[in-house]
Structures are given as C-alpha cells and as structure tokens.
Write a protein that binds this ligand. Structure first.
Ligand code: CAA
Length: 264
C-alpha cells in the first residue's frame, strides 16, 4: 500500500499508550499529538493490538479511550495519506479501520470515550464505536468527510444513525457541520459534558461505577444490547433469556444476592 511501509522513525513511535491501573481501569491514549491524533495505518494497527491485549486481560474491567493533549481526541483518518492512495488501498485502509472500531464495539468489557477536543471524521467514528461518550466542554464532533470528497468510512454512516437517528445523521453527514459539546449532549451524541480538567476523573469515576458490578453481568448486558439493536424484538428477547440464565452459572450472583439479603 502507498506509504504503508513505516519509516524507521514511525516504527519506533508508540502511537497508542496503554495505562493499566490497579483499580481495573485501563486508559488507552492515542499519542500523535503533533497531528491532532489523526490515525494513520500504524495508529490503527496499534489500537487494534491494544484491544486484543485488553480483551484477554482479566484484571481489566473497563476501558477509557482518549487522545493525548488538550486539543484533540482524534482529527480522524490521515488526510495526507488518503490524498495519495488508490481505491484498493483506500478499501484496505477502511477495512482496517472497520476492524479496529468493531473490536472496540465488541470488546468483552465496556469502553468509554473521553472526548477531549476535536473528534472529526474517523475520530468521531472512534467515539461512536465506544459504549459511552463523555465530552469536555471544548469538544467538537463532526463527520466532515463529504467536504473532502469521500463519505465516512470507519462506520460513521452506520453507527451515527443508530445513535442519533437517521434524520440527524443525514443532516450531520450531508452538511459536515461541526457540533459542539452542548449540542452533542442535546442530540444524544454524547452522554455527559464536563470541564476539560475533570474529563479523565469523571470518566474514571464512571468506569469505576461500572467495574464494581458483576463483570459477567456487564459483559452479557453489552453483548445483548449490541446484538439486540440489530435484531427483531423476539430474537433479542430470546438472546436475553440465554444471557440472563448464563449469569446464574456464576458464583458471584449468589454472593451479591446474599449481600443484599443480609443487609451487608
Ligand atoms: N490528517 C492528517 N493530518 C492532520 C489531520 C488529519 N485528519 N488533522 C490535522 N492534521 C495535522 C495538520 O496537517 C497539522 O500538521 P502540520 O503541523 O504538520 O501542518 C497539524 O495536524 C495541526 O493541525 P492544524 O494546523 O490544521 O490545526 P488547527 O488548530 O488549525 O485546526 C482542525 C484543527 C480543525 C482539527 C484541522 O486540523 C482539521 O480540520 N483537520 C482535519 C479534520 C478532518 O477533516 N478529519 C476527517 C478526515 S477524513 C476521515 O476521517 C475519513 C473516515 O471516515 C475514516
């Protein structure tokens, strides 16, 4: 692929930083601040392998994804790279983008996007692949792709409509217009808005609130919601029946119910 061979400098660059905390929360930071955390092939590859690692780490109960710096969560796909590539290379870029976003969406633990500034194009799509979005007041979200002559390519045409509804998604994608944190909250694009200095603490607090609950029950709930919104109600309810009964196989359930009954 054009420019897909990393230079020596790129090979050494750690584009994804993973901090695993003692409380079971992992913080994943996109580390390409000089390009506003735009995601080239190497960023996508490292993000993907970070998700594989987190999926198999039982100590990790919840994940936060954010960008380094105070300006950008991610400015999206790498425009310099996209300006040079062929349709086939573009297909491969999008395929890898899709794979990384789907890994996040289907990760066996909850993922919170801490949107710390610009989340544009692929950056917005990354936030959409997360389960919950908390934005700082300076956050700006948009799918500006049509202005660059392309459509959203890392899931935006699909996930944005599922989150904010078809009419709003069409407006945002057709116009490419930027949405500030307040508007994003009002249309359900983000769950919560906080001051930038509090963004990580608030995200960690929510992650901890989730992590104190049964890991299995949260995991099953995520899977059921994800599969359910793509299914008819009866299929979703049938899946829920299986998921619900599966929770009864775990000793955690007895302990948690007894804790309530014994008023502990
Ligand atoms: N790709 C590559 N480089 C990018 C980038 C991107 N998406 N966004 C920013 N950069 C680079 C700039 O080129 C600049 O690099 P240099 O210093 O080497 O010139 C650096 O990051 C800082 O950016 P600006 O000087 O532009 O910063 P600003 O504060 O003036 O503007 C901004 C910030 C409004 C976010 C502006 O950078 C911008 O509009 N970026 C492009 C955002 C965009 O259109 N994203 C969608 C990409 S398409 C996509 O993502 C497709 C998909 O669906 C997968």
């Amino acid at each position: 692929m054009a420019s897909s061979q990393p230079t020596n400098q790129q090979q050494q660059q750690q584009y994804i930083l993973v901090e695993k905390r003692d409380d079971g929360i992992a913080i994943v930071r996109i580390n390409r601040q000089e390009k506003l955390n735009a995601m080239n092939l190497d960023v996508i590859a490292q993000l993907s392998s970070a998700m594989d690692n987190l999926a198999s780490d039982e100590q990790v109960k919840a994940v936060i994804v954010t960008g380094t710096g105070e300006k950008a969560f991610s400015a999206g796909a790498d425009i310099e790279y996209m300006s040079k590539i062929s349709p086939l290379e573009a297909e491969e870029y999008a395929r890898r983008g899709h794979a990384a976003m789907s890994k996040i969406e289907n990760l066996n633990k909850p993922v919170i996007a801490a949107v710390n500034g610009y989340a544009l194009g692929g950056g917005c799509e990354l936030a959409l692949a997360c389960d919950i979005r908390i934005a700082s007041k300076n956050a700006v979200l948009a799918q500006p792709e049509v202005g660059l002559g392309i459509c959203p390519g890392w899931g935006g045409t699909q996930r944005l409509a599922r989150i904010v509804g078809v009419a709003r998604a069409k407006e945002l994608i057709f116009t490419g217009r930027r949405v500030n944190a307040e508007e994003a909250l009002s249309i359900g694009l983000v769950n919560k808005v906080v001051e930038l200095p509090q963004l990580l603490d608030e995200s960690i607090a929510m992650a901890k609130e989730i992590a104190k609950n049964s890991t299995l029950a949260v995991r099953v709930s995520k899977m059921l919601i994800n599969r359910g919104v793509e299914s008819d109600i009866n299929t979703g309810l049938a899946l829920e029946l299986w998921g619900w009964s599966l929770c009864f196989t775990h000793p955690d359930r007895v302990e948690r119910m007894n804790r309530f009954l014994q008023k502990r």
